[in-house]
Design a protein around this ligand. Structure first.
Ligand SMILES: Cc1cc2nc3c(=O)[nH]c(=O)nc-3n(C[C@H](O)[C@H](O)[C@H](O)COP(=O)(O)OP(=O)(O)OC[C@H]3O[C@@H](n4cnc5c(N)ncnc54)[C@H](O)[C@@H]3O)c2cc1C
Length: 544
């Protein structure tokens, strides 16, 4: 075990070792913290679950040094199409479209393979104290530390471990959440679905079989999901999901004959191999509180949603990413614990909106009633089809505000990303300008437009400043926007400066010198409230 320098067993203890915990541990380890992970089971949960990760998570994993892993286990998604029983298209979500992160909106992944790759990275690094077959059976905390009671699942022996912080990443039935007495709000969605992973016989493709590549078949007789299932050990998987109808029992749904019968509508037994199946109850639950003193919740422990948008794990990974830079600063003593107070206001409303969009999509497919399905079809095939709400941004927390306390757009948006060129090297922006507090300037706005005080603030907060320029006009010291992702975004938002937070969200933007000075003054005020440490710097650092 790698002890914390503080005399506790670890800096951070994580209960659970699902995908969110794996990424969280790798993030904290990379920042130099000792992490102790306790997991009840011996191996990765093998049953079918997540198949997609979005562009933001793709970018985050790259920024966190996990790019080779994500590239190895993902492939770009096709268009996500929704059909009625007569195969008329009700809705199409273009997952192939370019995103603000400079890559396709969505990538497909096989969750157990993703988790195994993350696990291999945990093993390779060798610093994270991973304790399998150990379960958390109790927690307590003081002002200085947390204590978890851990039981060895084989010997039943119990012992206590201490840490500065504890993250409950222990899934839907989280004992950490329960122990804190935190209730969950139910947004009211509930449906049982049988989820099946299948490997097509070598050489066969979805197209050969006349299957849709990726979509929802909204037939009230059997609402069905048909999507890619990622790749496992070089074998390409297909995923089917079948809704349980009101007259069917949960028990009959999981019988092998039933699974074969349902698959039989789509595929012949000799066309491949059934790999695994499981019945899930999709629900929409949101923990009312995400932090209690030194204990934080993340992932499914904090939120559950139906998977029609492919966002449950992504939301959990956003939690880990949001939390990591804050814990790092707080534990390093370069920010007050008050910074952790921004975790819930930033993450909860965001995930709440994602749950609402997932429920909206779920309400299109989960209709086992012919009459209601006909009404839905009429609406979606007319001009009046309601589009899914736009993907949310941050609306509260560490964001630029005006004098009245209102968040000033584009604060809270995810910053744009793409391929850039700098000093003759072409690379992804995040590998040229490492995530931190970064000021991006363009279109003639420079540090000279800032007051002397504002320049000192940026220097003392170690804000990196870079200039992004049109790829045809960029000077060698500029960052050339070769993929044309950054400048069009800024033009669209009407800004010539963006202050980007360490988690790649915008603290704020500014259109002119006056707004830029106001932005920096607000950064100064808010970082003082949050106890950010000031150091002397140049404020004009150009990235290496
Ligand atoms: C059918 C289906 C499809 C999905 N599709 C997608 C998708 O396409 N995209 C997406 O982003 N998400 C998707 N999801 C959601 C995604 O799978 C989950 O959100 C994700 O696995 C949650 O990760 P987690 O690390 O928070 O929790 P989990 O993966 O549940 O891990 C929690 C871990 O904690 C351990 N644990 C629990 N209690 C204790 C204890 N007391 N002591 C020690 N260990 C404990 C458990 O054993 C478990 O290993 C899907 C889910 C389902 C069911």
């Amino acid at each position: 075990m790698s002890p914390s320098d503080t005399g506790f067993d670890f800096d951070v203890i994580q209960v659970g070792y699902g995908p969110v915990s794996k990424v969280s541990a790798l993030l904290l380890d990379r920042m130099g913290w000792s992490v102790g992970v306790f997991e009840r089971w011996t191996e990765v949960y093998p049953l079918p679950r997540a198949v997609c990760i979005d562009h933001e998570i793709y970018r985050v994993l790259h920024a966190a040094g996990l790019g080779p892993i994500v590239d190895r286990v993902t492939e770009p998604a096709p268009v996500y199409r929704w059909f009625n029983a007569e195969w008329k298209e009700l809705l199409a979500i273009d997952w192939t479209a370019g995103s603000v992160s400079g890559k396709p909106e969505v990538n497909f992944v096989h969750q157990p393979s993703f988790e195994r790759a993350l696990d291999a990275e945990v093993m390779r690094r060798g610093n994270i104290a991973l304790n399998l077959e150990t379960e958390c059976v109790g927690i307590s905390q003081t002002d200085e530390m947390v204590t978890v009671r851990i039981r060895d699942t084989k010997t039943r022996e119990e012992r206590d471990y201490t840490a500065r912080y504890l993250i409950g990443i222990d899934g839907a039935n989280s004992i950490v959440r329960e122990s804190l007495g935190i209730k969950r709000s139910d947004k009211g969605f509930e449906a049982d679905w049988l989820v099946v992973d299948f490997i097509l016989k070598e050489g066969l493709t979805a197209k050969d079989l006349g299957l849709i590549e990726c979509g929802q078949y909204c037939n009230p007789k059997r609402p069905t999901t048909i999507v890619p299932g990622g790749t496992e050990n070089g074998r390409v998987l297909r995923r089917w999901e079948f809704m349980r109808l009101p007259h069917e029992t949960r028990e009959e749904m999981v019988k092998e004959e039933k699974v074969q019968e349902l698959l039989g509508d789509w595929i012949k037994p000799d066309q491949g191999t059934l790999v695994r199946h499981a019945l899930y109850t999709f629900r929409s639950l949101l923990a009312d509180k995400w932090r209690e003193g030194r204990i934080l919740l993340a992932g499914d422990a904090a939120h559950l949603m139906p998977p029609f948008m492919g966002q449950g794990m992504c939301a959990g990974l956003r939690d880990a990413w949001n939390m990591a830079w804050k814990l790092d600063r707080v534990m390093r003593g370069t920010a007050d614990p008050a910074l952790l107070d921004t975790y819930q206001p930033e993450r909860l409303p965001h995930v709440s909106d994602v749950i609402d969009i997932s429920i909206f999509l779920g309400s299109i497919i989960c209709i086992p009633d012919e009459q209601k399905a006909a009404e839905r079809d009429a609406m979606f095939l007319s001009e009046n089809a309601p589009p899914p709400a736009p993907f949310p941004k941050l609306t509260d927390g560490f964001l630029h505000r005006d004098g009245a306390g209102e968040v000033v757009a584009p604060a809270g948006e995810l910053s744009p990303h793409g391929t850039v060129r700098h000093r003759g090297r072409t690379a992804r922006f995040d590998s040229v300008v490492s995530p931190g507090l970064n000021l991006i300037l363009t279109d003639g706005l420079t540090l000279d437009d800032l007051s002397r005080d504002a320049r000192t603030i940026l220097a003392d907060l170690k804000v990196q400043t870079v200039t992004v320029a049109d790829r045809r006009k960029a000077m060698d010291r500029d960052i050339a926007d070769t993929q044309e992702q950054i400048l069009p975004f800024m033009r669209d938002k009407g800004v010539r400066a963006m202050l980007v937070r360490p988690d790649l969200y915008l603290f704020g933007g500014a259109a002119d010198p006056a707004a830029l000075n106001a932005l920096v003054a607000d950064l100064d005020r808010q970082t003082r409230d949050l106890g950010f440490m000031r150091e002397s710097g140049t404020g004009e650092a150009v990235p290496a």
